[in-house]
Design a protein around this ligand. Structure first.
Ligand SMILES: Nc1ncnc2c1ncn2[C@@H]1O[C@H](COP(=O)(O)OP(=O)(O)OP(=O)(O)O)[C@@H](O)[C@H]1O
Length: 436
């Protein structure tokens, strides 16, 4: 699936903290997909989280328990994340038809744990039911499935936040309690241990007696979906079956359905993730074969640069010595390309520290212009107002330098206008006036 080709947006499926999710048809293949649209303008402070979510999704190609990711693209002010359409709906959707029985909870929890085991084995953190924090959240989710509402649902969320650390771990309310076996109560107790170090791992929980009894009845999920469909009077929770897409008029409302080359375009630094993953999806079903690690990247991984001045350390200790060993005196363009490779490799290798990666690269770029033994081929063309020299701290990004390493390769639809817009945005964030 080519993620830059066109989609017809159908109905809105729901919304979360980061954006709105639409059902859509991929025109070229006719495949039904889900597209999460995130308004980048209003998500400034959450960009790292969003980037992390994409990275996790992009690397999760190999588990039937994790939603498949097809790619991401930027349309105007919105980031579109294209993913597998789950036609059964979310657990929250299914709960609208009533709370779950113990057997149903067992079945859902078993599948959730399988997804977590996969994510944890790949060292990924599931933002939605957050790390050992995933296990706590799984317990809370199990309570919500059992009684229809999570603990403290009657309190204002801020008040609940203060109650949670003060009180003993939550348990089922008095009405729900008698409906469940000791095994389920014990399962909840295992998940809801306040000290994260004492919580079992996802794979340990899979062996809990509660799941030994209730886990394998896959048909139960189908029954729950049918119950919800019956309640809604619809053929599926989202209005249609996955296999027989029933085209509907495109949605209007607030959905961003159109995009032209002339639109303002955000650079979201998707790097090579989107195309690489899209290719994986179409050409192979198994895990992607990792290419050998670039030697310079291996050195970064073995000897992480110091935290105080990561840019300098990366340049001095890793990049420039590596160049002088192999190719003699590098120029700024060579170094900028290497930095981009490093960033992509770290992301590909699942290093879940995007802000650190960006710090490294920004810091190194800010140093390039003042580094003595570097031929100037790229940053010398930088307008004075945005030259790295004008940036006071080595860790502060050089807007033009940043744009120069990312634009040409990362976003096929990007334009000079977009580069300019991003440069202004960075300048604004650095507290400087926009350059020419
Ligand atoms: N791949 C998908 N297929 C079908 N429906 C989806 C898909 N992804 C999301 N949805 C629907 O869109 C809703 C919003 O999803 P989204 O991922 O934005 O938020 P969330 O995970 O529910 O909440 P939050 O981001 O606050 O944790 C979901 O509750 C679900 O109903």
């Amino acid at each position: 699936m080519r993620i830059d080709s066109e989609y017809t947006l159908l109905e809105k499926l729901g919304s979360g903290s980061f954006g709105v999710v639409y059902k859509a048809i991929h025109e070229e293949t006719g495949q039904t997909v889900a597209i999460k649209q995130i308004d980048l303008d209003s998500a400034d402070e959450d960009l790292d989280h969003i980037r992390q979510e994409i990275q996790v999704l992009a690397q999760c190609c190999n588990s039937p328990f994790v939603t498949r990711y097809y790619g991401a693209t930027v349309r105007g002010f919105r980031l579109w994340i294209v993913m597998e359409y789950m036609n059964g709906g979310s657990c929250l959707d299914l709960l609208r038809a009533g709370s779950f029985t113990e057997e149903q909870i067992g079945c859902v929890v078993y599948q959730l744990l399988q997804g977590l085991v996969y994510l944890h084995s790949e060292s990924k953190i599931h933002r939605d039911i957050k790390c050992k924090a995933d296990i706590w959240s799984l317990g809370i989710t199990a309570i919500e499935m059992a009684q229809g509402l999570p603990p403290y649902a009657n309190l204002h969320p801020m008040k609940a936040l203060f109650q949670i650390p003060k009180n003993p771990p939550p348990e089922l309310d008095d009405v729900a309690k008698p409906r469940f076996t000791d095994a389920f109560h014990d399962f909840l107790r295992c998940c809801l241990v306040k000290d994260a170090r004492q919580r079992p791992s996802a794979s340990q929980l899979l062996t809990h007696s509660f799941l030994r009894t209730h886990s394998r009845q896959g048909d139960l999920v189908r029954t729950m979906v049918l119950r919800y469909q019956a309640m809604r009077g619809n053929p599926s929770p989202h209005g249609q079956s996955k296999d027989t897409p029933d085209r509907q008029p495109p949605v209007a409302d607030d959905a961003d359905t159109s995009h032209t080359e002339d639109d303002f375009q955000w650079d979201f630094d998707l790097g090579t993730l989107s195309t690489r993953t899209a290719l994986n999806v179409t050409t192979q079903e198994s895990a992607p074969q990792l290419e050998p690690i670039e030697p310079s990247v291996a050195r970064v991984l073995q000897k992480p640069p110091g935290r105080d001045d990561p840019g300098t350390s990366l340049l001095d200790n890793v990049i420039l010595p590596a160049f002088s060993e192999t190719r003699g005196q590098p120029d700024t363009q060579d170094v900028a390309k290497t930095l981009t490779t490093i960033k992509d490799e770290l992301i590909r290798l699942g290093q879940q520290q995007p802000s650190r990666i960006l710090d490294l690269i920004r810091g190194s770029l800010a140093r390039l212009d003042s580094y003595p033994n570097l031929k100037r081929t790229l940053l010398a063309e930088t307008p004075a107002a945005v030259s790295p020299k004008a940036v006071p701290s080595p860790l502060m990004v050089s807007p033009a330098g940043w744009a120069s390493i990312d634009y040409s390769e990362s976003l096929p639809a990007s334009t000079a206008k977009a580069i300019d817009a991003m440069r202004k945005r960075w300048l604004h964030q650095c507290g400087q006036t926009a350059g020419p």
